[in-house]
Design a protein around this ligand. Structure first.
Ligand code: NAD
Length: 464
């Protein structure tokens, strides 16, 4: 006899107050959700792409109308500052609208066969998509996977993060209210529920955005079922600060990359290689910048730093910092575990970090800027490259030859030169190494969500 798993308790990370509980879905609930998605799949696949897109477009408008409420719920469940959360919900609505435009024009190819034949490559839905998402940008990430799956004719079972289950369910229910029964269902729960979903034989594609460890477990589970796996995992993104850059400007960039959303962005700056020529001024300016990142900014120039998502995450972040300090690193700002309620952690600057420290080797996912001073641009680039992750990287340099060398050499999906964030709409990259595989964003996600059939039609069968 199996016993039901315990409820998951959600606490506001600013106050520690309990703000909700959910019961994780077990095997029966997961089986029911997948069964409903599989049952709805044939009709949804036959629905005109324009109608599918129209429903997704209506859902986007409804999401936009509820953006403020959803941003507040995002802040309550994960500590994400309201304005950042609002931006995430509006980005989600925009992504759904983009996929509503792109879905009906997503197309295959015609081939050049013999005169008497027609040869086509026709994309079609894969079937049932399991969309498994994280908490750090929960609405935008979920909308991307779900929107792309729906407009290409797939049905979806969504498992939002157990750290923001009420937000996840509310968004999924809102989208589902514009869709036929079973086309989008949601299951609550943490890793074990996700594992049940990934092991289900009727799931055709697992689209996961989350940590390296979960991505690895998901890939292993899919070996047993043959489901396609799309992984957008975590990273360990380097920032190279080259000689000759304005150290104050470089420090502003480094602070933004390290502290935005409490350092809990998949492409946060995770390790900094700073040329000795600018290191002293850069470190001093970065420590000053760190002081501007505060909870609830009240004066111009201050920037919002919420609590971390929960105390578990704070322990993880502080364990990296404490290990670095014990190994000889020096704190120029932060680095101490706050007392008092909540999961707050200060904007931290460390120098003297060395390659064997976890703070440089693993994703910290907190407001920490660990700096390693290097003797040359080449050393910074070589140490940046020497890492098994492959999500993104940034280079700050006035030297075009260095910029050129870096973007070619870095084995990552996204390289940014002279800005830690930014990029044109529609940009999509394939992460590498531990950071995953496949296009998790952009128009190319529609290709990932479809499967292509080659059709050969001979026009003239012999008649009797
Ligand atoms: P997580 O891996 O703990 O959880 C992500 C999702 O996977 C959750 O829904 C979780 O319940 C589920 N999950 C966990 N174990 C599972 C298993 N064995 N089988 C199936 N599902 C499982 O990640 P998180 O803490 O929610 O999110 C933060 C991580 O996500 C960071 O590593 C961050 O870099 C990464 N991330 C990556 C991107 C990207 O585009 N590459 C974007 C956002 C976040």
């Amino acid at each position: 006899m199996t016993t039901a798993a315990a409820d998951i308790e959600i606490r506001d990370p600013a106050t520690d107050e309990v703000v909700g509980r959910v019961a994780p879905a077990g095997p029966d609930e997961v089986d029911d959700a997948v069964g409903r998605a599989a049952g709805a799949a044939p009709d949804w696949a036959r629905t005109d792409p324009a109608e599918r897109a129209g429903r997704v477009r209506e859902a986007a408008s409804a999401l936009r109308a509820e953006a403020e409420d959803l941003a507040r719920l995002n802040e309550t469940e994960t500590g994400r500052p309201y304005d950042d959360g609002l931006g995430g919900v509006l980005a989600a609505a925009g992504t759904l609208e983009q996929y509503a435009e792109l879905g009906p024009v997503h197309r295959g190819r015609s081939l050049q066969g013999s005169w008497s034949a027609t040869d086509l490559m026709v994309p079609g839905p894969r079937g049932v998509v399991a969309a498994i998402t994280p908490w750090n940008d929960p609405v935008a990430v979920a909308a991307g996977l779900i929107g792309a799956a729906l407009v290409t004719g797939n049905t979806v079972v969504h498992k939002p993060s157990e750290r923001c289950p009420h937000l996840g369910r509310r968004v999924a229910d809102l989208l589902a209210s514009f869709l036929p029964e079973g086309v989008l269902t949601v299951v609550d729960g943490a890793g074990p529920t996700g594992a049940l979903l990934c092991a289900h034989e009727a799931v055709d594609l697992i689209a996961h955005v989350g940590s390296v460890a979960a991505g690895r477990a998901i890939a292993e589970a899919a070996v047993g079922t043959g489901a396609k796996v799309l992984l957008e995992n975590g990273g360990n993104d380097p920032l190279i600060v080259d000689d000759g850059v304005d150290p104050r400007w470089a420090a502003e960039q480094a602070a933004l990359g390290s502290y935005a959303n409490g350092g809990q962005v998949c492409v946060s700056v995770e390790r900094i290689y700073c040329h000795r020529g600018v290191a002293d001024e850069f470190l001093a300016a970065l420590a000053e910048e760190a002081g501007r990142w505060v909870y609830r900014p009240s004066t111009p120039g201050q920037k919002a730093l919420g609590p971390l998502v929960d105390r578990r995450q704070r322990e993880h972040v502080h364990s990296h910092v404490a290990e670095a300090l014990a190994g000889g690193a020096v704190a120029h700002a932060g680095g101490e575990l706050p007392t008092g309620p909540g999961a707050f952690y200060p904007a931290t600057v460390l120098s003297g970090c060395t390659p064997e420290m976890r703070i440089l080797r693993e994703e910290t996912f907190g407001p920490v800027a660990p700096v390693r001073v290097v003797e040359s641009f080449e050393q910074g680039l070589a140490e940046s490259v020497d890492d098994p992750h492959g999500l993104a990287a940034t280079v700050l340099t006035p030297d075009m030859a260095h910029a050129q060398e870096a973007w070619r050499a870095l084995p990552v999906g996204t390289v940014k030169v002279n800005a830690v964030f930014g990029g044109a709409p529609g940009g999509a990259a394939q992460p590498r190494g531990l950071s995953g595989s496949g296009f998790g964003y952009g128009p190319e996600l529609l290709d990932e969500m479809t499967t292509t059939k080659v059709v050969h039609l001979e026009a003239a069968p012999p008649r009797r």
